[in-house]
Design a protein around this ligand. Sequence first.
Ligand code: ATP
Ligand code: MG
Length: 306
Amino acid sequence: MVLEHEDVPKRARAFAKPYRVSDGASFRLDDVDPGDTGDLDQDDKERAKDALQTGIDVLAALQDKLYAQDKWAVLAVFQAMDAAGKDGAIKHVMSGVNPQGCEVYSFKAPTSIDLDHDYLWRTHKHVPERGRIGIFNRSYYEEVLVVRVHPELLERAKIPPRLVGKRIWEERYEDIRNHERYLARNGVAFCKFFLHVSKKEQKKRFLARLDDPAKNWKFSASDARERGFWKQYMAAYEEMIRETATEWAPWYVVPADNKWYTRVVVAAALIDTLARLDLAYPTVSDAQRAELAEARRALLEEGGGD
Ligand code: ATP
Ligand code: MG
């Protein structure tokens, strides 16, 4: 499965396609099996790791062009239940890219300053600059996930009560769609991931965190509490995807029970996102070329050694 680099974007698109949702109307979460490994099985794990390495190299090359061209920005959003592998996927998939061209932000529970503003304020500040890949580890989508599952959080948000009506969630989906449309029209290419882990696999990973002292720090009692709201979370995720999957900001619903597979799908989707942009190194004008020639001549003619 080690691929020729030129073939990779085409293959990446085909590989990520089954998980890409760009029109949510008919999306059902039940149709996605968290244990799915596509055409691969456990014996293909090593080959998948090689493919991931190739993908990482290709992503780095695309990012180099993105940075040099300085027109598009790429925003990758990661959402998932705890222990679905967000952090690991981000770490592995982005391991080859130039850190100068990449920014990762993790959004935790909002601070009191955040709560003094509209909910898109804190994330909007971190939308990547042109030429960069921005990664949101959690995002404004928490506002229709954790906040939907625990509506008491809305009260803390200090919104004037008469603005919080029955249609609050529909209104939020609409606002998010419009926000993403606006950013897309300004050159932000979206790639949104829901890493779909099963409840059973989450339990296994939580137990591993409890059993291994080196992983203890990753476990928090609140993660285990949220597990009790699994059904509500899945309903919230499903509706979120149905309502906010668009051609300009598609969701990738990625099977997440096998980390090696999750990472290949995430890399493929990111490659496809960059490959869809008209990336090219800036061309040098005749005047600039003459300037470069002049600089070269001056360097070669420098006296005084070295
Ligand atoms: P890790 O995977 O390392 O545990 P994490 O992203 O889960 O990282 P935590 O500090 O454990 O980080 O959790 C962040 C918490 O903040 C989550 O429970 C999440 O639901 C919550 N959170 C994020 N955004 C919001 C929001 N807008 N409103 C309320 N809670 C939020
Ligand atoms: Mg956590």
